[in-house]
Design a protein around this ligand. Sequence first.
Ligand code: NOJ
Length: 452
Amino acid sequence: MKFPDSFIWGAATSAYQVEGAADEDGRGVSVWDVFCEKEGKILDGSNGKAACDQYHLMEEDVELMAEMGIQAYRFSLSWSRILPEGIGAVNQKGIDYYNRLIDCLLRHGIEPFVTLHHWDLPQTLQEKGGWMNPESVSWFGNFARIAAQAFSDRVKHFITFNEPQCFIGLGYYGDYHAPGLNCSMREAFLAAHHVLMAHGQAVKELRKYGKQPLQIGFAPAGKFTYPKTDSHKDVEAAKKMLTDILPLEEWWWSMTWWSDPIFLGKYPENVAEKYKDILPAATKEDIELISQPVDFIGQNIYDGRMVECGKDGEPFFTPEPLGFPHTHIKSPVTPEILYWMPKFLYERYQKPVVITENGMSNGDIVSADGKVHDGCRIAYVERYLSNLKRAVSEVPVKAYFHWSLIDNFEWAYGYQERFGLIYVDYPTQKRIIKDSGYWYRDVIASNGECLP
Ligand code: NOJ
């Protein structure tokens, strides 16, 4: 069995993690540039100033993508490369870079999927209050309009935000990611509300200024669940854990707090009731803006927790057996999640699903033969994609993006985690396609037929 003919096989990155050239051609400062300078925030004391230097090595990277047969590249725009102050004057050299990248991709038959915001807010806007400032809605709308005007003649797919859960949960409410505010929960709710409104504003601007009919989505994270068995009671238990229990424990990580307002036009009542004393007032107009129609539900999916139904009828997490596999970054390996989550997402939101990220970090080492034999990654992706294959036969899934195309700057972990299909030797910037990259080429060439 194959995937549908229209299925898109892609790979993903983000600007701050791969571009480098942080001080070149008029790029402004982002919150991540500032955060990396703070003592003790990045495990290996590094930053994204050079990263994998994709800014200069872009053509080589696109050629490597073509060699692997990759059909779509999801990358993000650096807001501060295009608008060094976040608003105001446009930096033409920033626009030129993305034009070169888009044109090069299209020359190689690779479809660009553009993410507008992957965590790197311009620092000048952070100094004005960042996402806590209600003006952030129009700042982001303005950026979306500029992106539509510059790129939408050739780019058809846009993603507004990547994982707002992380920059609000870890960066605003926490101090583990930029900008590291440690703000109150009331402030985090306010910032989250503005992010959702900014998403809606961006959708409006993209539609208005798009030079062709666009396909628009967003790419949240989330804490996910899957049932221990296919039985009705375990499946219902996993769903109850996903929507009724987890969001009450940590709303900022939830799927529902972020996706319900966009796709269902309302905040989930259980969370809204629990936090009613500290929620920002959301007007009817706010919700209308947030719930602008979008075309697909993007979802980054790495892992989830197994749930079963207890004797009392209540869901509980199945304990992990001894020796349960984990990736280098210590994420559990739970391939079933790529079967169950697309189904749960489609059932709740009734939109085609795009897996905007999935993949693993590995302790990759170059072998004596000069190659990278990352058998672990092949095992991981094969099992995840086999589950996706099952999902695709039941619900509409349009695309899969492997995270990542290339090893890169893994935020607070610096360069210690390697997620790429392509290995990077950072001191020389030499690239090596890993065994998993060649294996992925064969999966793409057979349109998934070779997957078990
Ligand atoms: C999610 C994020 O979008 C991406 O930036 C990150 O590198 C990967 N997951 C891996 O942690």
